[in-house]
Design a protein around this ligand. Structure first.
Ligand SMILES: [Zn+2]
Length: 179
């Protein structure tokens, strides 16, 4: 009888340790993060490419495939190489937290799909593009510019190694965040 309280507290401590491990963001798997991205309405995922091309490498399909434990497909038009790639986990975590922690609502226009410059990190599953932030289209002036700059700063805070947007060549209407 005297030993019972100790046994209970040991069991409790052990189960709390398990809970702490399984609920930690760092322990979340790629599919779990991708599912969470799909479940957050503040993160809009494009189902077509800005080029007008339709394939199974659009942003929504990339995240859906990752949620199902599959690789994300790359486009095979323009300079895109085709095939598929595993999306970077740090990038996926950041995409989720930009909404759940930083409270941005945004539209992802490309992840691994689309045609980008040769050697683009999109093809390596390490970059995503955003065309709308907090209801404003990314632009070189006005609120679309101010919001884009705040989003770019937040991407960097989550470890993005290259962030491009208004003011950078070829990025007047979208933000590129790369890990
Ligand atoms: Zn990009």
């Amino acid at each position: 009888m005297k030993r019972a309280p100790l046994m209970i507290s040991t069991a409790l401590a052990s189960s709390l340790a398990v809970m702490a491990t399984t609920t930690s963001a760092e322990a979340a798997t790629r599919p779990a993060i991708a599912k969470s991205i799909l479940n957050h309405r503040g993160i809009s995922l494009a189902t077509t490419h800005d080029s007008g091309v339709r394939d199974k490498a659009n942003a929504k399909q990339n995240i859906t495939d990752t949620a199902a434990g599959r690789k994300a497909r790359r486009s095979d038009y323009g300079t895109a190489p085709g095939g598929s790639v595993t999306l970077n986990k740090g990038m996926l975590n950041a995409m989720l937290k930009l909404n759940t922690v930083k409270r941005f609502t945004f539209r992802v226009t490309e992840v691994a799909g689309g045609s980008h410059s040769r050697g683009s990190k999109h093809y390596a599953g390490r970059a995503f593009d955003v065309g709308t932030v907090n209801g404003s289209r990314v632009s070189t002036g006005g609120t679309g510019y101010t919001k884009a700059k705040k989003f770019m700063k937040a991407c960097r805070s989550y470890g993005a190694v290259l962030v491009l947007g208004p003011g950078d060549a070829g990025h007047s209407t979208h933000v590129h965040c790369q890990w």
